[in-house]
Write a protein that binds this ligand. Structure first.
Ligand SMILES: C[S@@+](CC[C@H](N)C(=O)[O-])C[C@H]1O[C@@H](n2cnc3c(N)ncnc32)[C@H](O)[C@@H]1O
Length: 206
C-alpha cells in the first residue's frame, strides 16, 4: 500500500469531496476529524469494528508501517471486517474477537494516536447485542490510558434505542467530569434533527 500525505488519505479513505456536507453525515464527520490526528506509522484502535468500514479508513491512514487493533465481541463482525480488509488488500490490521476492555493488553500506555468507538449494534445484525454503559465506560478508561499526549478518543453514540440512551447519558456524565488540566472534551449534537441522529464525543489528552 502506497503511503500518501494525510490529507489525501482522509479524502481517499472517506471518499469525500470538498463539496460534501459533513455536518449532515455524523459518522463521516467523526472519522474525518479523527484522521487529522493520525500519521503514517501510527498505532490506532478500532474498538468496535462491526462491518469494518471504520477499520479500513484507519488502516489506510496509518499505512503499511502502522498498525490497527480492531475489536468486536461478535464473530460475525470479525468475519465481515476480515472480508472487507481482504477485498481492499489491507494487511496491517490485528483483529481481536474480544471486548474492547482488553485493548490495553495490546497497546502500551501513551502510545495510540486514536481510539474509535462506534457504539450500538452491528448494522444488519442482532440488535440485542449492543455496547452497554458499564462496559463502554471501562473501555473509555482503557482508551484514555493508551492514547498518547495529543491523541484522540472518538465516540459515536446512538440514543435511538433504550441501551443507547442510557449509554449516552453515562458517557456524557463521565466525560464532563474529566480533569480539564489533562483532557479537552468536545460534544457534537445535531440539535434540530428529530430522528435520533448519532452524536459525537471527542476527547484529547494533553
Ligand atoms: C455500530 S457497530 C460498529 C460499526 C463499525 N465501526 C463499522 O464501521 O461498521 C457496534 C459494534 O460494537 C460491537 N460491540 C458491542 N460490545 C462490544 C464490546 N464490549 N467490545 C467490542 N465490540 C463490541 C457490536 O458487536 C457491533 O458490531
Amino acid at each position: 500500500m502506497r503511503q500518501l500525505p494525510s490529507i489525501e488519505l482522509s479524502i481517499e479513505a472517506l471518499r469525500i469531496d470538498f463539496m460534501s456536507n459533513l455536518i449532515t453525515r455524523t459518522t463521516e464527520l467523526a472519522m474525518s476529524v479523527t484522521l487529522t490526528y493520525i500519521r503514517p506509522g501510527d498505532t490506532v484502535v478500532d474498538a468496535t469494528c462491526g462491518t469494518g468500514q471504520d477499520t479500513v479508513a484507519l488502516a489506510r491512514a496509518v499505512g503499511d508501517e502502522g498498525t490497527v487493533y480492531a475489536f468486536d465481541i461478535q464473530k460475525t463482525a470479525i468475519s465481515l471486517t476480515e472480508a472487507r480488509l481482504q477485498s481492499h488488500g489491507i494487511t496491517n490490521v490485528r483483529l481481536k474477537a474480544q471486548s474492547f476492555v482488553t485493548m490495553d493488553k495490546y497497546v502500551p500506555e501513551n502510545n495510540a494516536a486514536a481510539v474509535v468507538f462506534n457504539l450500538g449494534y452491528l448494522p444488519g445484525g442482532d440488535h440485542s447485542i449492543t455496547t452497554t454503559a458499564d462496559t463502554t465506560l471501562k473501555g473509555l478508561e482503557c482508551a484514555l490510558r493508551i492514547i498518547r499526549p495529543g491523541g484522540i478518543v472518538t465516540v459515536v453514540m446512538y440514543d435511538g434505542h433504550e441501551k443507547g440512551a442510557e449509554e449516552k447519558k453515562a458517557i456524557l456524565e463521565w466525560a464532563e467530569k474529566l480533569d480539564q488540566s489533562r483532557y479537552h472534551v468536545a460534544y457534537v449534537s445535531l440539535l434540530n434533527q428529530k430522528n435520533d441522529p448519532p452524536e459525537i464525543v471527542w476527547i484529547t489528552k494533553k
